[in-house]
Design a protein around this ligand. Sequence first.
Ligand code: IPE
Ligand code: IPE
Ligand code: MG
Length: 250
Amino acid sequence: MQSIKEKLNPDHLPKHVAIIMDGNGRWAKSRGKERTFGHKHAIQAVRNAVNACNEINIPYLTLYTFSSENWNRPQDEVSTLMSLISETLLLEAEDIFSKGLRMHIIGDIKKLPPLVQEQLMQLVEITKNNDRGNLVLALSYGSQKEILNAVKQISAEVKSGQLNEEDITEEVFEKHLYTKDLPPVDLLVRTSGEVRISNFLLWQIAYAELQFLDILWPDFGKEDFFRCIYDYQNKERRFGKTSEQLDEQI
Ligand code: IPE
Ligand code: IPE
Ligand code: MG
């Protein structure tokens, strides 16, 4: 069977794809297993997404891995998730490096176990000169807190005279977000059938295309990723303009 990848237009790829990887618990439940069984099987789906992205050269992939609200889950689930993250980083570090990916972390990482923090910092450091793609992990991430922190930093700068109020532009604001080095999100995908954002990249998805898939995350494959890109390429992104104006620009 022909892959949908062959139908993609390489000149019209999204620069930044973000994924809300949801549905691990339901995937496990439907098999009569514990929720953590689903988290373990989620790792292959992460590889699928990273590999698919790499194959078609999408420069930025952001994965919602653990939200600030996920700390409220049962303690044993949180511990299992932290151990899995740590094991996976250890196992995948070489592959990430050899693919030429640069790793970034967004979120309140000080809340993570010290070992995980250390592993993340190391991976960010050793991949900092890689330039074949960017892999962004959102860990202990909450968008409202991120925005609030930006507001606090900016007001401190105004108070101390470093910044004038009239100079607070969208660009200045963005420089105070975790995502300061990343482009805006072009395509946001959420698996599991839920149609919500769950406190993810609220500012950064202002003009993103949104896709909600009825697939549970552990079942997500490369072909699903390519299908998302295909559907994205069949949308007209007008950014407030009319279709006719866009035709004139070509
Ligand atoms: C996503 O799957 C993984 C995390 C949020 C860490 P879930 O664990 O939310 O699975 P469901 O949504 O309960 O099925
Ligand atoms: C969002 O999924 C967070 C991640 C995928 C890491 P959740 O399963 O936590 O979202 P809600 O609680 O259903 O909105
Ligand atoms: Mg969920």
